[in-house]
Every structure is written in C-alpha cells, then in structure tokens.
Design a protein. Structure first.
Lengths: 198, 264
C-alpha cells in the first residue's frame, strides 16, 4: 500500500472502488471514530461491529459525500455517531455506556499515541471547565441531542448552543496556541542548530 | 442571515455534530456556498472537533478492517449473485423480449420462406417454359430434320430433275435451282444466289401455264436454309420469281422479275 494519501486521494480511491482507499481511511480515521462509537456503546465487540458498519456505509455512500459541505471526517463521524445511536436504540439501551464511565484512561493512551501531533491532550482539555467539557463530551462523543442535554443538565436550549460554541472556541484557541508553541519550538531549535553550525 | 449571524448563531457547531434539521442544514449549506468567511469558520470548527476526536481515539483491532473488506467482497459477490439470481428475471425479460420478437421473427421467416418458395416456383415455371420451348425447338428441329431428309430423299430420287433459273437482265447474278419431282408432285427450290431485298419486300413464286394469268404461289425471304419446299402445280410450263411486297401480290411485277424456270 502506498504511503500517506491526501484526503482527496482517499475519497477518489473509495469512489473508484479501490479497497486500498478504505484501508487508508481506516488507518487515518478508525481510532477517532472508535472513540465516538466506543463512548456510546460499552461492549467492545458491538462497538467494533458498529465501526465495521460505519466503514461499510462510508464505502457504499461515498458518492453522496460532498467535500464542499464538510470534511470527510465530519461526514463519517456523523455516520458513526448515528449508527451507534441506532444500535443503542435497537438494543433497548443495553449497550449504552454511562457518562460516569468516561475516564482519562484511553485519553492518556491515545495522547501518547498521538504525540506526533505534539498536542498535550490534558493541557488542552484542562482549559475547558467542567460545564463546557461535559457538554462537548456528551454532544460530540456520546451523541446527545441539544434537547437531551437541555433536559439532563436543566439548561435552556439557547444556553446549550452558546456553551457548545464557547467550548469549541476554547478548543480552537488552544489548538492554535499549541501549534504556535510547536512552531515556535521548531523555530528556536532551528535557530540554535544554525548558530551551532555557523 | 448574514455571515456573521450564521457564525454567531451556533448553527455551524451543530452542523458539524449532525444535529440540525433539514431546513437548518440547508441554511448552513447555502451560507457555506455563499460566504468564504463561513466556510473558513466551519473548517476551523471541524478541525477543532476533529482534533478533539483524535485525542479521544480508542484502539481498534486490525481485524475490523479485514472483516469490513470481507463484507465488501461478500457484498460484491452477493451483488453478482443477486445479478445472477435476477438473471432469471433478466432472462425473463430476455425471454419476454424473445417472445415479443418471436412474432415479427416468425413473420420475417415466413416472408423469407414465401419469397424462397415464390422464387423456386418462378424458377420452376421458367424451367418448365424453357423445357417446353426446348421441346418445341426439338420438335421443330426434328421436323426440320425430317423435312431435310425428305428434301434430301426427293433430290436424290431418280424421278428428280433439276431446272436452272434463267435470270432476268436486271438480276443476272441470280443462281437458283428447282428440284422437280413429277412422280411425287413436289418441288424444292435450291437457293445459291439471290439479290438483296429492301425492307417490306419479299420474293414471290409464280406458276405460268400457257397464256393464262400467272398463278401466285408462295412468298419467301432468304433464310438459313439452302433448299426450301415450294408449291407443285401440275402441268406448269414455267415458274417465275419476282420481287413483291412481303404480303404478296395477285399479279407479278415484271419490272422486278428475277428469272424464270422453264419446265418443259
């Protein structure tokens, strides 16, 4: 299999029914998609089954995907979330994971795996206060609707929207800072090497 | 809604989460298409949430991919199998098509058969005609041969005598002989040389007896045969040949006298 493919190349390969395209998609997105599915469904076997269904849907529905409307991951994460929620509904909530089960165990592991991104997950998420963090987790990772959040957290719908927006703005800002810090570090290292060599 | 209103509304975040209804999604998609700033904002939100998802990734067993690929292959096989399965209906369609074509095809086949039969009948009829004409030709040839044999027998007969024509001054080159058989009462005219005839004219034979009016006899044109039978008139003193209209004349045109056979 050829090395890293661009998102456009992956889309094209899948559209051309090239299974390597799905392999590239899998290696790039299967873990974050599993992060979403696995937080909705507690049974790993069932969660993997849902991931498999998600991959099949991506493969079968790729022609309906419009890159002008959303990124490939956004599109597939919605598929993953909805497929998991459908599974839960069909199984009468028996697979539903409790909110309380969310812990930092996986987060820590993945952060180590994702260290290539040079993003400190704990630091990033620590910038979110609990009310924002829970809201993003529930909505993004657990697939809660605005209404469900509103009812569970006993806050108005408008507040749900505002908090979600605020939480994402914080994430965006912190990501920029992290990247800026990373680039700054690279620049400083480059400068030191340059000075040493000269 | 303006670009700013869309951005501030929080709809973009919900759009990325897939939590908008069709109408709201439409509104967002129209804004994305219309405003660059909305597109950029959406990309930033997607990037942030994507990164957030990356941070919350969970391990996945490689077997999930293998199973998915297997499912796709099975799906393809099933699809092929379904196509094969549906082939009976396709075949049904084909059969239907065949049945629907069978009528016209039969008609065409029948038409071709009719044409072939017609051609064969026509050919048979033509062959029959050819055969009949050949039979007629054969009979004619047989008659002709018989005539020739009779002529030959008559000429060879001891009772036969040959009378040379006495050509007229106008046609001195004429060479004709009458084979006269008074026992069998037959005459044959042997044609060696005759003048050329214009269209519409023919030679006519005359019987001359004493001072009587010439008796008109057969009218002929020079054909392939060198010896032809001519009328025998008993007690004829002489036979004469003139050029007359091809329908024949009642009295000879002496201006066009070819010559005279003196019999006595």
């Amino acid at each position: 299999m050829k090395g890293v493919q661009t998102e456009q190349e992956i889309i094209l390969m899948i559209r051309n029914r090239n299974q390597n395209g799905l392999s590239h998609f899998y290696h790039r997105y299967a873990q974050p998609l599993m992060g979403i599915i696995g937080r909705i469904i507690k049974e790993t076997v069932i969660a993997e089954e849902v991931l498999q269904q998600t991959l099949l849907k991506v493969w079968n529905k790729i022609d309906t995907y419009d890159p002008n409307k959303s990124a490939l991951f956004t599109w597939s994460s919605i598929i993953a979330r909805n497929t998991a929620l459908d599974k839960v509904r069909l199984a009468g909530y028996q697979y539903r994971k409790n909110q309380e089960e969310i812990d930092d165990h996986h987060l820590t592991q993945i952060t180590e795996q994702a260290s290539g991104d040079k993003i400190d997950a704990h630091k990033l998420l620590s910038k979110l206060d609990s009310k924002h963090r829970i809201l993003v987790e529930k909505m993004y990772l657990h697939g809660y609707s605005q209404k469900a959040i509103s009812e569970e957290m006993n806050i108005p719908l408008g507040t749900v929207k505002t908090r979600l927006r605020s939480a994402i703005l914080i994430l965006r800002q912190e990501l920029k800072n992290e990247k800026g810090l990373f680039l700054s570090s690279l620049a400083i290292i480059g400068y030191i090497i340059y000075k040493l060599v000269s | 809604m303006t670009a700013e209103e869309i951005i501030d509304s929080g709809l973009l975040e919900l759009y990325v989460l897939g939590q908008l209804d069709a109408e709201e999604s439409n509104l967002v998609e129209q804004s994305i298409a219309k405003y660059e700033v909305v597109r950029a904002e959406l990309r930033d939100i997607e990037k942030a949430l994507g990164q957030y998802a990356m941070l919350h990734s969970l391990d996945v067993d490689q077997s999930v991919l293998d199973r998915t690929i297997d499912s796709i292959n099975t799906q393809n096989t099933d699809s092929i199998a379904r196509e094969e399965y549906h082939k009976p209906s396709d075949v049904g369609i084909s059969n239907k098509t065949i049945w629907s074509w069978l009528g016209p095809l039969s008609a065409i086949a029948a038409s071709i058969a009719m044409i072939v039969i017609f051609i064969q009948i026509d050919r048979l009829s033509q062959l029959t005609d050819d055969m009949e004409s050949l039979i007629v030709e054969c009979e004619e040839s047989q008659n002709k041969l018989q005539t020739q044999e009779e002529i030959f027998a008559g000429i060879q007969s001891q009772d036969n005598r040959m009378i040379l024509i006495e050509p007229s001054e106008k046609y001195p080159e004429t060479r004709l002989i009458i084979h006269n058989n008074t026992v069998q009462n037959i005459n044959y005219l042997q044609i060696n040389n005759l003048p050329e005839l214009s269209d519409g004219l023919a030679f006519q034979l005359w019987s001359l007896k004493g001072t009587n009016e010439p008796i008109p006899l057969s009218v002929f044109r020079r054909g392939e045969d060198l010896i032809i039978p001519i009328e025998y008139v008993d007690n004829t003193d002489a036979y004469a040949i003139t050029i007359e209209p091809e329908s024949g004349s009642e009295s000879p045109n002496l201006e066009e006298l070819i010559g005279v056979f003196v019999m006595s």
